[in-house]
Design a binder for this molecule. Structure first.
Ligand SMILES: [Zn+2]
Length: 317
């Protein structure tokens, strides 16, 4: 990896496009709730672009969509690009993490992350003829990203008291199976370099990172992912306790598979991190990962949880 390129956009664009949403929230006096239906619309919008593997025109279109959404809401957004070896195709590929900041700049921060790239191939498809097709990634990629995109709306309307950075990771899912080095390229780069970037990333160390991956499946069931439980047991327990207090039944406080995901590089860097993931997903890395297998009710559960973590920080995190 080499040649970091950073572009930060400010609040130059007025929050005109978000006016209706913000006005509605202000009139209601109560802070807006998380809407699984609004988040689901963002799954559709991403999938309408087609598969979004690293380096593709569709992924660049999505990147611009995220940036335009942040601009319309008056939220600062940074594009953090670097060059990496493409683990799937070979050759160089430009990867870009995006960071959207909500609430006050500086001070203690909560990071919420999701990968917005999709896998270059449906290599687990039961039909060998389809294994060369790129993944649409309604659940694997778009679901966590959709929650972040809708959270931008909710947090812009009622900013959290503590700064929250929404991180869109590139290059999560292009590795060859059996070789973890090809996965999580964006998160590994950010875990190694975040102190080099402009504020707020270069401010204080984040208190915690919550990663959302494959959180949109119908019948969602999220257990305690193995690495999170092993290396951030206190944070994991508190997150599941918060879910229980909110009666979010999709979160089940039982041990679950350890998944090498975007939280691992941060755990290795000493940042407490939890991966919210339902890895028991029958359409994983198949052509069946389409919006029809996702459910707004699942997005509501995870969205309510992370919104609660934004508004009421966990003790110590
Ligand atoms: Zn995947």
């Amino acid at each position: 990896m080499c040649s970091d390129r950073v572009r930060v956009r400010g609040r130059a664009v007025a929050a005109l496009a978000a006016g209706v949403w913000i006005a509605a929230a202000a009139a209601a006096a109560e802070p807006p709730a998380f809407s699984g239906h609004r988040a689901f619309a963002w799954i559709d919008r991403q999938c309408d672009l087609g598969p979004r593997p690293p380096g593709s025109a569709a992924l660049e279109t999505l990147r611009r969509l995220v940036e335009a959404h942040a601009d319309s809401l008056g939220l600062p957004v940074a594009r953090l690009c670097f060059t990496a070896r493409d683990p799937w195709r070979g050759g160089d590929v430009t990867l870009c993490n995006l960071v959207v900041s909500c609430g006050p700049a500086g001070g203690d921060r909560l990071w919420l992350g999701a990968h917005y790239d999709t896998r270059p191939a449906c290599d687990q498809d039961p039909d060998p003829a389809r294994r060369g097709e790129p993944l649409l990634g309604a659940n694997d990629g778009a679901s966590g990203t959709a929650i972040l995109l809708h959270l931008m709306e909710v947090l812009a309307a009622a900013p959290p008291a503590r700064g929250v950075d929404l991180i869109f990771f590139d290059g999560e899912d292009s590795g060859r199976s059996g070789d973890p080095r090809g996965f999580c390229l964006g998160s590994r780069h950010l875990a190694a370099t975040w102190r080099d970037f402009p504020s707020p990333l270069a401010g204080g160390k984040p208190r915690a990172l919550i990663v959302l991956d494959m959180v949109g499946e119908r019948g969602l069931r999220i257990g305690k992912e193995g690495y999170s439980q092993a290396y951030a047991p206190e944070l994991t327990s508190l997150v599941f306790a918060r879910a229980a207090s909110l009666r979010l039944t999709a979160l089940v406080p039982e041990p679950a598979t350890a998944v090498y995901d975007d939280h691992v590089p941060f755990l290795e860097a000493g940042i407490p991190a939890v991966d919210l993931i339902d890895f028991e997903f029958p359409q994983w890395h198949t052509a069946g990962d389409v919006p029809a297998v996702c459910d707004p009710a699942s997005l509501t559960q995870v969205g309510r949880l992370v919104l609660s973590l934004c508004r009421e920080p966990l003790p110590g995190f």
